[in-house]
Design a protein around this ligand. Structure first.
Ligand code: JFQ
Length: 359
């Protein structure tokens, strides 16, 4: 049975008031709590539950079935053997865009959650850590950033953070999936507020093509807020992409890209750093932060600068506390500060050993 069929089976179970029913096989089965809730509370879009939601819990696994038709779960190949689960209150949105399956649900512990192709992208409770770090680590490392490009980031959260920097005059954002933008505007207004700033210019399309066309040396900073490098996003960790980024940056310009988890991906991190060291002749550093709902509870960032005025990523030259109005612009900073910035570059011993490109 494929994912879709499974989904239908999960959701077509009739309610009998006792939380269990019969799918035609005569066997009583439990009705996922999300379906009970959905039926009772008439959510905005349909009452179907989702293939990653089982018995009312969402996990980043790929549901399928074995040869006897029994439901089994394949782990995402990027984090084999583990899955973090969130209790689902109800499903708010579920649709397939041209590029991916988009799911929004209300969780009991982390507020609303955005999931793309079964992979958790953000939750209302801990999105602050990721968005604040990926934006301020690079922007506080250079003086007066003016032109910034965001690759991906269709939820708008990174835009919200960049807007705290009053020196910034232009923010180009290139997001491929219009549905992510629309869904964020509807369900995550605290993030999508980033789109309202007059400095933002939205380009809906393929960032790889966008970067090829970008004028040489245009940007002071480029932030890559992508999904994991499986499928189409794979290109975002390859050499040609980084070359185009370096070309679009001014001398001494900075890149900050999401760089997975040091607990799970030291090989991948090593590979990316190796590539970036060849291309970015200024400096290349790895930083990390705690984001409880990402696999293994941490996420990494790769910071690179092009040849030119040297950039000291570890000791920010443009501290956020000194930028007028930055701490409270639109909403208070929740996670980032200069101490966290400096601490983010301290690496555990096993990372220093395993990521040989960092030596
Ligand atoms: C939020 N603006 C984008 N990007 C989130 N495993 C990624 C989502 C998937 C995670 C890594 C970060």
């Amino acid at each position: 049975m494929e994912g879709d069929a499974l989904k239908d089976l999960d959701c077509q179970r009739t309610l009998d008031g006792r939380g269990s029913s019969n799918n035609g096989s005569g066997k009583a089965i439990l009705i996922p709590a999300c379906c009970l809730k959905a039926k009772a509370s008439k959510p905005e879009l349909g009452t179907k539950c989702h293939s990653t939601v089982v018995s009312g819990w969402f996990s980043e696994t790929q549901p399928s079935s074995d040869k006897f038709g029994k439901q089994v779960f394949f782990n995402n190949p990027m984090w084999p053997g583990e899955a973090h689960s969130l209790k689902v209150e109800n499903i708010l949105f579920q649709e397939k865009s041209k590029y991916q399956e988009v799911l929004v649900f209300q969780s009991s512990a982390y507020g609303r959650v955005l999931v793309l192709d079964g992979i958790l992208q953000l939750t209302e409770k801990d999105e602050c850590a990721y968005q604040e770090m990926i934006a301020h680590l690079p922007l506080c490392s250079i003086k007066s950033p003016k032109n910034v490009l965001v690759v991906g980031g269709g939820d708008g959260g990174v835009l919200r953070e960049i807007c705290r920097h009053s020196s910034v005059e232009l923010i180009d954002i290139c997001e491929i999936d219009q549905m992510v933008i629309d869904v964020s505007k509807k369900f995550f207004p605290e993030l999508a507020i980033g789109f309202e700033d007059p400095r933002v210019r939205l380009h809906v399309g393929d960032a790889i093509e966008f970067l090829k066309q970008a004028p040489e040396g245009k940007y002071d900073a480029i932030i890559v807020d992508s999904s994991d490098p499986v499928g189409p996003a794979q290109e975002l960790v390859e050499k040609p992409f980084f070359k185009n980024i370096a070309r679009a940056l001014r001398p001494g310009g900075v890149l900050c890209t999401m760089a997975e988890s040091m607990w799970l991906h030291t090989h991948l991190i090593d590979d990316i750093i190796y590539i970036c060291r060849e291309i970015f002749k200024g400096s290349v550093h790895y930083a990390w932060a705690s984001v409880p709902t990402y696999p293994s509870g941490v996420i990494g960032f790769l910071l690179c600068s092009t040849e030119g005025p040297p950039v000291d990523f570890v000791h920010p030259i443009n501290p956020i506390e000194k930028l007028r109005g930055a701490l409270e612009f639109r909403r208070e900073l929740k996670f980032y500060n200069t101490q966290i910035h400096e601490a983010a570059f301290a690496l555990p011993s096993f990372v220093k050993r395993e990521v040989t490109a960092l030596r």
